[in-house]
Design a protein around this ligand. Sequence first.
Ligand SMILES: *Cc1c(COP(=O)(O)O)cnc(C)c1O
Length: 636
Amino acid sequence: MKAEPTWTVNDAEEYYGLKRWGGGHFQVDAEGYMCVRPLRNERTIRIHDIIKEAKSKGLSLPLTIRIQDMLRTRVTELNEHFRNAIQDEGYAGKYRGVFPIKVNQLREVIEEIQDAGKTYNYGLECGSKPELMIALAMHKDPKALVICNGYKDDDFIRLALYGRKLGKEIFLVVEQLSEVPRIIAISKKLDVRPLIGLRIKLSTAGEGKWASSSGEGAKFGLTSPEIVDAARRLKRAGMSDCLQLIHFHIGSQVPNIQTIKKATVEATRFYCELTRMGFPMRLIDVGGGLGVDYDGSRSNYESSMNYTMREYARDVVYNIKNVCTDEEIAVPDIVTESGRAIVAPHSILVTEVCDRISKNSVDFKPGKKKKRNVILRDLEAILENAHNSTPLERYHDALQKKEEVNNLFSLGYLNLSERAEADALYWQICQQLAEIGKAANYTPEELENLPKMMAEQYVCNFSVFQSLIDHWACDQLFPVAPLHRMNERPDVDATLVDITCDSEGKIDEFTDVEDVRSSIRLHGLKDKQPYYLGVFLVGAYQDIMGDLHNLFGRVNEVHVFLEDDEEDDFYIEDSIQGFTVNQVLGFTQYDGHLLTRQMKKQVDRATKADRIKPREGTRMLDDYAKLLTGGTYLST
Ligand SMILES: *Cc1c(COP(=O)(O)O)cnc(C)c1O
């Protein structure tokens, strides 16, 4: 066999696709540690150092790391791309972006975004009463917009109009026709002129996983007859001057730029028509949808996008200008509600591999008995390829023998050690065939699944349902990579499973440039040495949509900033404790004190019956009480 060429950190960067999905924010240093570059310059932070620092503060894994400076980078980039596009096109309007709170509501995230967006008058978008309450209080820049989307009751409308009274440029975007008469009535009662937008149900359908946000079957927005009706109602109420904005949102993670162009053109036509009908239109809000290239393939595959942020900005500006110029209508200011593209990159989920599940976990020594069952000899012959068969023939033979083994065992003709030996031989055959398959150019269809079947399962201390809900719910792919040992060649094909008691709690699809990988190459586990994995680009939607399956709950979290004066250094400004056992029990109507009391009763009874010593009983209760205040994940 040829000696394998040496493995370098460049190979690691290549294999894990850092250059493709990392947007210049991730690299591996010479010692094989994964580093983050918040500003894409020479300043780097080893993620391993952040873990160490977090642990020294008592925050164990799993851990969410937020790189706050990366939020700043993304906000700046989006605004600069639009500014440049506007300048290059000689566009007469302005760019007035807003951040949709639902994509990441965390106060520290919103604060950082607002701070970064100050010079751009970057605003906020909300879609529910609680989000509106955040927006109203957090919004301070009078030149920044607040956009209210979503279904609205009277309280929502009234609250938004309070914002209007406070002098905010706050738009009520009509989602449903029934909101129009209520907005009219409530604003009359409060004696305030509302700013009104209409959400259009475009005929341009979205594309990708969230395509059903738009198109004629969508649950959002007004059809063209409803737009005309809403406009007329406003006119009749003497509120023509209030209608100034149109809005659309074609769904999140739009993979194809053509969809965005088409939707922009269609919406601009609505804009021009409403202008002609005499409404003082001045804003087009193109919603969200700006993608994140999770697999780095730059394709219109659903986990990717075939355009850049720069191209997006240019196409939106260009298409609006084009339609307006043709129709001789003054161009509007442009609003976007990009959420995913702003926040996805800043957050990394760190988990530790705590165990492995392997088909060949036991080094099985065959029994020395003289009279071995003939089926064991048959399996051995297949393993040694005594009959010179093709891989496919051997696989078929092994499958047949395996079935016979199962039957013989069930009928009592094989004992447990014989069954164990047979199974071990069978898995060895499969392992061998999987290796042959991987090395070959062509693999028969039946053998294609073998590598996946034989891949080890690395058990990771986290919950897919809490931390990567979209992976489970909509097969969304997130890049995964080790955080250290990248200067060592990875030689274990693995899939990941979480610690929930749920077979769906797993990751067995991984990003790749072409296609999707069914396993990922990782490093062998070493005794007493932790092995850390990072899941990347998880800053959008995952935190808040995660759930309490198995009562694991929120993970620990640290917020990392680059140190201002020192090079290559960082500090953790905030840390947030994940849920304690007591907290998650509270969500399901238990009370820690009551549970402790119920335990005490049982301990007392056992002590009285002399089944345990009093001291033992006290220790049990102390432990119980202590674990109530502890974390829910495995302590490693
Ligand atoms: C969810 C949502 C957004 C954010 O979409 P992204 O794809 O994350 O940018 C923007 N606008 C509306 C109306 C939304 O519902």
